[in-house]
Design a protein around this ligand. Structure first.
Ligand code: PEP
Ligand code: MN
Length: 342
């Protein structure tokens, strides 16, 4: 940390800051410039009291961190890309994986039809929500445990690995017994008891970015999971809330590039929840791929017009098939290969 002191401090004011820094367990090094006096604080910020508290001293102008707050997810801790194994799939090794399926699992027939369709088109993982975080309490809340059973049957019939959302720490054990990947949704992206419970489960986690999270907050959420003993985390950019209303959210393409630079974790793009509309899925998918995504998540429904949630953004099976063809050259030009289905 660097503490910037306001202009023309007295010696006593500087000494007061130095004493406070020492009392927090750091070694102060004071640099007196013509205009400004700054105190560099030597010590590991992660092991001590936060020096940010010192902004309450009237002579302190600013306290500036110089170390990154996240450690395990950072490229500083691992130079190469980390890869995640899900059954015999490898995520983050240069193959591009597509997670596809309906927003919600609604019935066994709908689930199986969706799973077969996305497999046929080349998806390697099947998604579908059994527990749905809905904005309105009057909207469909998901099939719960029954929905988990549909997902299990979809896996049995197609062999596709399953990705499904878990919303509450107390549900993690149950959901983990049915799924290959636990999804943490945007509304729960900073729910620390949930992040910790998912860490304890040791299952791979797909962590969506909170719709109002900074990239640092997103990476710190991933850090919770890693620090809890589970380094199998896939980051997923799904759009953030901005002033724009033409799309449901604004896909933050730069966040994909920044996350790839800052972290060794695989990063996926979710154009479905970003766009909220079918006609924007292909361009946003391509943009995410160009920014460095290692995979993508797409909502596909056998009959989107009859979907119980997110109907406007779900692709019909034939639209998904076309999307898979339309993205392939982009995946290749970015030096990756579409994962082959088994
Ligand atoms: C979903 O994947 O269906 C979902 C609810 O996503 P998000 O948390 O990104 O809104
Ligand atoms: Mn959805």
């Amino acid at each position: 940390m660097i503490i910037v002191i306001k202009a023309n401090p007295t010696d006593a004011q500087v000494q007061e800051v130095e004493a406070a820094v020492r009392s927090f367990g750091y070694e102060p090094r004071t640099i007196r410039g013509v205009e400004r006096t700054v105190v560099a604080c030597i010590g590991d910020e992660r092991k001590h009291h936060t020096l940010e508290t010192l902004t309450i001293l009237p002579q302190v102008e600013e306290v500036i961190p110089i170390q990154k707050k996240y450690k395990l997810v950072s490229r500083e801790s691992r130079k190469g890309d980390s890869t995640i194994s899900i059954g015999n799939l490898r995520i983050g090794n240069g193959t591009f994986h597509v997670v596809a399926g309906p927003c919600s699992v609604e019935s066994l027939e709908q689930t199986i039809a969706a799973a077969k369709a996305v497999k046929r088109a080349g998806a390697t993982l099947f998604r579908g929500g059994a527990y749905k975080p809905r904005t309105s309490p009057y909207d469909f809340q998901g099939k719960g445990r029954e929905g988990l059973d549909y997902l299990k049957q979809a896996k049995a019939q197609t062999g596709l690995a399953i990705v499904t959302e878990v919303m509450a720490p107390e549900d993690v054990e149950l959901v983990a017994a049915y799924t290959d990947v636990l999804q943490i949704g945007t509304r729960n992206a900073q729910n620390t008891p949930l992040l910790t419970a998912c860490a304890e489960s040791k299952k791979p986690v797909l962590l969506k970015r909170g719709f109002a999270s900074t990239i640092q907050e997103w990476l710190l959420a991933a850090e919770y999971i890693c620090a809890g003993g589970n380094e199998q985390v896939i980051l997923c950019e799904r759009g953030i809330r901005t002033f724009e209303t033409a799309t449901r959210n604004t896909l933050d393409v730069s966040a994909i590039a920044v996350a790839k630079k800052e972290s060794h974790l695989p990063v996926f793009v979710d154009p479905s929840h970003a766009a909220g509309r079918v006609d924007m899925i292909t361009p946003l998918a391509r943009a995410g791929i160009a920014a460095g995504a290692d995979g993508m998540l797409i909502e596909v429904h056998p009959n989107p017009a009859a979907a119980w949630s997110d109907g406007a953004q779900q692709l019909k099976p034939e639209q998904f098939e076309k999307l898979m063809k339309d993205i392939e050259p982009f995946v290749n030009v970015c030096g990756k290969k579409l994962a082959a289905t088994g």
